[in-house]
Write a protein that binds this ligand. Structure first.
Ligand SMILES: Nc1nc2c(ncn2[C@@H]2O[C@H](COP(=O)(O)OP(=O)(O)O)[C@@H](O)[C@H]2O)c(=O)[nH]1
Ligand SMILES: [Mg+2]
Length: 206
């Protein structure tokens, strides 16, 4: 199935064929890295977001220096759905759950991660430290994951090898780049994750 995965949408995205494999994926990362943006840009159903306005007290902990347009924060989760095109009658359907990056929502994270097949960890290279807690949660959950650098235009250039070393990534963990605002780029990131999930399950089964 994986070699044929493409981002071409199936003909009737509103309908999920009965035999379609359902894939649960977590979109994780620090505050303001682009989780909500990515899910919004790919979802074929109206994505669901539980956002709350940022308040003066929350400004002390949720820093918006790098995302001045941001006026809200995800307090519980984002949800979106994407059907991949594989040429099969029953294409896989991705159920995407965005999780709050702030450590104070750790319990929500653990509940959402239950039963997940994989996770996309989004990183903003202007402040990579903000995603460390999320990376820790992803690693501890044991799900296969891909790190996606969301390429903000004013982010510094950091060679991939240096990012991998900074995060202490295992050799088998893919590191990719994406633009969360761009639908095709975001879908490509999710396809990379699905391929990695499939590879991991195949290796575990061998
Ligand atoms: N330029 C640029 N801005 C982005 C990108 N992704 C997200 N943003 C902006 O960054 C801010 C934070 O994104 P958001 O998706 O709310 O972050 P979240 O906290 O991880 O859900 C928003 O104002 C987005 O419009 C991107 O790829 N490029
Ligand atoms: Mg959000």
């Amino acid at each position: 199935m994986d070699s044929a995965i493409s981002r071409t949408p199936p003909s009737s995205p509103g309908y999920v064929p009965a035999g379609s494999p359902l894939v649960k994926l977590i979109v994780a990362g620090g505050f303001g890295v682009g989780k909500t943006t990515l899910i919004q840009s790919v979802s074929e159903v109206r994505s669901l977001h539980t956002e709350e306005a940022l308040t003066a007290p929350s400004a002390l902990v949720d820093r918006v220096d790098f995302t001045p347009d941001k006026t809200s924060t995800t307090v519980s989760m984002d949800f979106g759905r994407l059907t991949l095109s594989t040429g099969a009658a029953d294409p896989p359907v991705l159920y995407l759950f965005g999780t709050p990056g702030q450590t104070r929502f750790k319990q929500v994270w653990e509940d959402l991660a239950y039963g997940a097949h994989g996770a996309l960890l989004i990183l903003d290279l202007r402040r990579p430290d903000d995603s460390y807690d999320a990376l820790d949660l992803v690693e501890r959950s044991g799900v296969p994951y891909v790190v996606a650098v969301n390429d903000f235009p004013d982010a510094p250039y950091v060679p991939d090898a240096q990012v991998r070393a900074g995060l202490d990534l295992a050799d088998h963990t893919p590191l990719i780049h994406c633009n969360a605002r761009d639908r095709n780029s975001s879908i490509d990131a999710l396809i990379a994750l699905v391929r990695h999930v499939l590879d991991t399950y195949r290796q575990d089964a061998a």
